[in-house]
Design a binder for this molecule. Structure first.
Ligand code: 9MJ
Length: 701
């Protein structure tokens, strides 16, 4: 068989025709006749070759392409692209005061008292895209994905008019980042066309843009009127400019669209003035924006400021106020979460709020429904919420809508105060509210099916194990049938039920091929990144960001597990080390330690990790970082930067920053006034240098 790259256009066309007919015949034999004519492996090989030819010659893709026939999830169809420089999201500000705090936080961090300029630009409500140019030629376009790994949508991006295929005056490597969006007019016209053709229509321009960019067939993307604004960058082989503003100028010169409402501001007052101007223009811009983004203009300062776990310190998104609408409350359901929390959910008469149809809203907890806050004060002037009420829905950005107000004048006469259950609606166990906790929790623990299912759903979710073919629905079904009770059972599925695949095959909607695929996906996930594993455990107060902090700090599962096993709440070296991690507080630390000390939890964790090959954290370090992997202690006063900055910079270079000197310490950076830590270092024979030597060492003297 000829290599795909060597096929001529004619040969490729002929082969695609043959593959389409062979695969269709194999499908019929398998699905309709239940009498397979080829093995699963051969079937997969034919499909892979078909796809490879289509990728090589997109223009030859057939309307009856086997690629589309079986409805593979699009995420499988696009290649994955690892972003060498992470694609970030932004922290949010809602109130003016938060913008002032943003500026003062930066000043404090930098110890900066002079002028400080920011760019202010509309926040486009689309989806972000990274465009890689090598020697001026567009070679790769990738979606954000989870920030680390996105999808390769190069062929589709090439069809977007605002995206140049070649640029002049760019450094040899340049990644331009920005937002793909659709204008209001184009969105309306597209929906009209789709409706006429009987195709799917989209809820809002953002969804339309996302659906259009993530098309398997670039010809479809080409028909969709997508646009692009450039506003950031990833890897660049040479700096593009010295300021944010300067980079935007360069982008404009190279032929990118840069938002015309971008302005250079000197401080909070000017930023807020520009915000109000943009807010006034919002309805006439012709595309959706959901706020204004402020960025520190000086790139040297941006570099010094760096990042928190997932967002830059040098930028913030100032969101527009929430959108509101009134509708009727049809019912209140109680959901049981993975930590047993009983969460009331409002079922609403569907209503459009800011272009999105809302049918559910959160009611937070029982106090919120009753019109009380957690400290015994009143909210909504003490008005409670009852089924049948007219309620005001509040939706801000991507957050879950909530109920902000209730119209008592319209309350039906027979409406009764809501009685919050004191037993779990799923398992019947007592639901308790602990002192100081706003939430009532089911005490059923692992015997509560709702908690077990929620934990499993969490375990397989996107930021956790993310097992292809094992989504929320599938784990629920497996749990119902008793095949999966704990996460460890997932890794025993094949051993227990895989023989002959007969049992799995007999499940509704499962074929031998999907079973084999699922087992392969599960096997592949035995190698798992440490941060994903920690997040997947579903420990209360440990979200994705915290899991990343813990993973980065401990680096390996053995180190983390060992420390958590030895740790005692409120005392000892392990406790001190844990709460010394920036972003880890006592509440989270206590929750992690309690989980590891609980025998049932511990058994479940051990059973799980026996199946896993946990990948240590690959610290992303600047090439040749002299301090990578070293444990560093700062003591005394620093003159060139704040302690927070020194710590963040050291960590960015792959060092571990500790608060106390021990035999494990590699280096102590001592400023004036260093006391006991310097003495300790001396007696232990740990290397000690001053701030100037430290800056020279990290190449920043
Ligand atoms: C949007 N969505 O318009 C950024 N963004 O910068 C603008 N997003 C951004 N900037 C760094 N204008 C990360 C994200």
């Amino acid at each position: 068989m000829k290599a795909v790259d060597d096929l001529t256009l004619e040969e490729a066309q002929a082969e695609l025709a043959r593959l389409a007919s062979d695969l269709a015949a194999a499908n019929t034999a398998y699905h309709r006749d239940d009498a397979p004519t080829i093995t699963d492996a051969d079937y997969d090989a034919l499909k892979a070759r078909n796809l490879a030819i289509e990728v090589r010659y997109p223009e030859l893709k057939r309307t009856d392409s086997p690629t589309d026939a079986v409805g593979a999830a699009p995420s499988e169809a696009f290649g994955k692209v690892r972003h060498e420089i992470r694609m970030l999201s932004l922290g949010n500000a809602f109130e003016d005061e938060e913008v002032a705090e943003f500026e003062s936080r930066i000043r404090k961090y930098l110890g900066h008292t002079g002028d400080l300029a920011f760019t202010a630009e509309p926040k486009i409500d689309g989806l972000s895209l990274s465009l890689r140019y090598e020697d001026g030629v567009l070679v790769r376009a990738a979606t954000r994905g989870d920030g680390e790994t996105g999808e390769d949508v190069t062929a589709n991006a090439r069809t977007i008019g605002d995206i140049p295929h070649t640029v002049t005056g760019a450094p040899p490597v340049m990644e331009v980042r920005g937002e793909v969006y659709m204008s209001h007019a184009d969105f309306e016209a597209l929906n009209l066309r789709q409706a006429e053709r009987g195709g799917r229509t989209f809820a809002n321009p953002r969804n339309a843009a996302a659906g259009s960019l993530r098309q398997l067939d670039p010809a479809i993307t080409a028909e969709r009127p997508l646009r692009f604004f450039a506003y950031a960058w990833g890897e660049v082989s040479e700096p593009l400019a010295e300021t944010q503003w300067g980079v935007m100028e360069r982008f404009r010169e190279m032929g990118f669209d840069v938002n015309p409402f971008t302005k250079l501001c000197r401080g909070t007052e000017e930023m807020l003035t520009h915000y109000r101007m943009i807010e006034q223009q919002r309805a006439t811009l012709g595309y959706d924006i959901d706020g204004v983004v402020y960025k520190v203009n000086d790139l040297a300062l941006q570099r010094r400021l760096g990042f928190r776990a997932a967002t830059p310190r040098w930028a913030v998104a100032h969101k527009f106020p929430a959108q509101l609408a009134w509708t009727r409350l049809l019912g209140i359901d109680i959901q049981v979460g993975r930590t047993g929390a009983l969460s009331p959910v409002a079922r609403l008469q569907p209503v459009t709020v800011g272009g999105v149809v809302v049918q559910n809203a959160t009611l937070h907890n029982e106090d919120y429904i009753a019109g009380r806050d957690s400290r015994g004060g009143t909210i909504r002037d003490g008005k409670d919420i009852r089924v049948g009420d007219w309620v005001q829905i509040y939706r801000a950005g991507d957050v879950i809508p909530k109920i902000a107000d209730v119209d008592i004048a319209k309350r039906p006469e027979d409406a009764e105060p809501f009685r919050f259950p004191d037993h779990c609606p799923q398992c019947g166990s007592v639901a308790l509210r602990e002192e100081g906790d706003a939430v009532r929790r089911c005490t059923g623990g692992l015997i509560c099916p709702a908690q077990a299912v929620e934990r499993l759903r969490h375990f397989v979710s996107r930021d956790a194990f993310d097992i292809e073919g094992l989504g929320a629905k599938q784990v629920e079904a497996f749990h119902r049938d008793g095949w999966i009770r704990h996460p460890a059972d997932i890794f025993l599925l094949e051993e227990r039920y895989g023989t002959g695949l007969q049992q799995v095959k007999n499940r509704e909607g499962w074929g031998a091929k999907s079973a084999e695929k699922l087992f392969a996906a599960i096997r592949a996930r035995k190698r798992i990144e440490l941060n994903r594993l920690i997040f997947a455990l579903g420990i209360r107060h440990v979200g994705e960001t915290s899991a990343q902090l813990l993973a980065r700090h401990y680096s390996t599962w053995d180190a983390f597990e060992g420390a958590m096993t030895r740790a005692r709440i409120g005392e000892g070296a392990e406790w001190e080390e844990l709460i010394a991690i920036d972003g880890v507080g006592a509440v989270m630390a206590e929750s992690v330690i309690t989980t590891f000390a609980n025998p049932a939890e511990r058994e479940a964790i051990d059973a799980l990790t026996r199946h896993l090959d946990v990948q240590p954290v690959q610290h992303r370090v600047a090439m040749g970082s002299p301090v990578a992997g070293k444990t560093v202690v700062f003591t005394g006063s620093l003159e060139k930067m704040s302690r927070a900055e020194a710590k963040a910079r050291a960590e960015a270079l792959g060092a571990k920053v500790s608060g106390s000197v021990s035999a494990k310490t590699d280096l102590v950076v001592a400023g004036p006034g260093a006391g006991s830590k310097a003495k300790q270092a001396e007696s232990l024979g740990v290397e000690m240098i001053d701030e100037g030597a430290w800056l020279a060492m990290i190449g920043d003297a």
